[in-house]
Design a protein around this ligand. Structure first.
Ligand SMILES: *Cc1c(COP(=O)(O)O)cnc(C)c1O
Length: 500
């Protein structure tokens, strides 16, 4: 029996997110989302026609006669939906069924749901807690076209590391003055292109870079990237970048000799910084570098505190940073302070839904034998899903993440009773490489089987951007929503008003 048959036969009504509102709402796995969705469903805020993804209209789903005045449609970009991301995760599962019924290839494809209101709320939080610091979003973290457009509309700057990133931001119509070319080791041709495009602000941390810039972009506004203690972060960037403080005086003397304009100091405490105190140490070093600038005859007016901000520790980091800036830069009327947050803005905004395409279970599990001892701590079942470390889960290898799945649909239902018996399992990606392990140990419902869906939260940072198509598996597409929580209306308004 195919999963399609199981799904339609067992509990068809569960897949109608609109008509089955109470049971669906009560099945939500995440308590903080519960209220929004429950309320929205009960209040009928999601007519099915508005959560159906348009490409699936051919499967007999109703079209709406309702019209919204703030509809946003951007040429060349996928449609922008409304409603809570959980509704779209479920809708995507239902769409997969429709596509599968129509015999579409790759019907059960994994997909992201991006909630743009989450990006908006992070921006509001930033402005509230770090009002003095202008965010320059680090494009490499997730160069998603909607994310970039929204941030451009909200007025952030951009940290670009390559020609490609610079062009992507400039194509939005962003003023080149709102870009920092924050890669201290740039190809000559990239520096030349930046000069041509009017991108003047760029970082350096070595003498060779100064020679290159003097030749190709002598009017650049330079920022010296100093080395700070990155030992409290997941991705240590100091191994590759940053001038140790002892080398800074000689670097600045060389810059002066080449008649280059150095205007400030930058650092990066490391990506995924879990100890906020790293920022105070870094600001102290930046102060020392400012003083070295003065000695070299410069009058620095830019402090760039880099990236490394984490959603979970943002309040504490903001407090530490504000305090250390007060301490080391008490007089700062003429100093502009910028930052290069990446992960902070997008991590929470994206969820990923994956389909279980295969399962490997020992005979004792398959036959539900009661008498066989199974160690509850050791994975006894292997699940294979349709995205892996060569795709979105490259964050496991490159970004040291440990994603944990939750059950999106089980046996044709979005109800996952919390009392359902669980079993230790491991979760694997679809490629033929044994490196492709998504989660070595997870407690999952014993009834979980092929055709069910697993979802992952916090998949917005360093995921889509580095996904490959190894082994012929396509990169998972993204379904966009303005969300249902605070900020949804503001996102629509900002995108609609944005002229570029
Ligand atoms: C990667 C990077 C960032 C962004 O770091 P997050 O940890 O995602 O905030 C900022 N600046 C530079 C120079 C980077 O290389």
């Amino acid at each position: 029996m195919s999963q399609l048959e199981i799904l339609t036969a067992h509990c068809p009504v569960d897949f109608d997110v609109v008509s089955c509102s109470p049971p669906l709402a009560s099945s939500l796995p995440r308590s903080h989302h519960e209220k929004y969705l429950h309320n929205a469903l009960v209040n009928g805020l999601f007519p099915s026609s508005h959560i159906v993804h348009p490409q699936d209209n051919s499967y007999g789903l109703k079209n709406s006669d309702r019209h919204y005045d703030d509809e946003v449609s951007i040429p060349g970009l996928p449609p922008l939906h409304r409603g809570h991301p959980d509704v779209h995760l479920r809708q995507g599962v239902m769409n997969a069924l429709h596509l599968s019924a129509a015999g579409e290839p790759d019907a059960e494809k994994a997909f992201f749901v991006a909630d743009l209101s989450s990006v908006y709320r992070q921006h509001e939080r930033w402005k509230k807690l770090l009002p003095e610091i202008e965010p320059y979003y680090a494009v490499k973290c997730n160069p998603d076209p909607y994310v970039l457009r929204l941030l451009a509309a909200l007025g952030t700057g951009f940290d670009c590391a390559s020609n490609g990133e610079i062009n992507q931001v400039l194509e939005l119509g962003v003023n080149p003055e709102r870009i920092i070319f924050a890669n201290p080791c740039k190809a000559n041709s990239f520096i030349r292109s930046a000069a041509k495009a009017g991108v003047d602000m760029m970082t350096f941390d070595n003498t060779d870079e100064l020679y290159k810039i003097a030749r190709t972009h002598p009017r650049a506004k330079l920022v010296v990237r100093i080395l700070t203690d990155d030992s409290k972060s997941l991705c240590r960037l100091g191994l590759k970048f940053g001038a140790p403080l002892v080398t800074v005086p000689a670097l600045l003397a060389k810059a002066r000799e080449l008649r280059l304009d150095v205007g400030g100091v930058s650092f990066h405490v490391g990506s995924g910084c879990y100890d906020s105190s790293a920022f105070s140490d870094a600001v102290m070093r930046a102060r020392a570098a400012f003083d070295m600038g003065k000695e070299a005859g410069y009058d620095f007016n830019l402090l760039d505190v880099g990236g490394g901000f984490e959603d979970a520790t943002f309040e504490r980091t903001a407090a530490v940073l504000t305090e250390s800036i007060d301490q080391y830069f008490p007089q700062r009327e003429h100093i502009r302070i910028i930052a290069e947050p990446g992960r902070y803005y997008v991590s929470k905004a994206f969820s990923l839904a994956t389909n279980i395409i295969a399962r490997r279970a020992p005979p004792s599990v398959e036959n539900a034998q009661q008498d066989v001892e199974i160690d509850p701590e050791q994975p006894s079942v292997m699940y294979y899903i349709n995205d892996g470390v060569y795709g979105a889960f490259n964050c496991i290898l490159f970004d040291h993440q440990k994603p944990q799945p939750y059950v999106l649909s089980l046996n044709g239902s979005f109800h996952v009773p919390s009392s359902a018996p669980t079993r230790a399992a491991s979760v694997w990606g679809p490629t033929c490489d044994s490196l492709d392990c998504v989660c070595p140990l997870a407690q999952l419902p014993a009834a979980l089987q092929v055709g069910d869906w697993l979802a992952f939260e916090n998949m917005g940072a360093y995921t889509v951007c580095a996904a490959s198509q190894f082994n012929g598996f396509e990169v998972s597409r993204v379904v966009y929503t303005t969300g249902a929580g605070p900020g949804a209306a503001e996102v629509r308004e900002a995108l609609r008003a944005f002229q570029g």
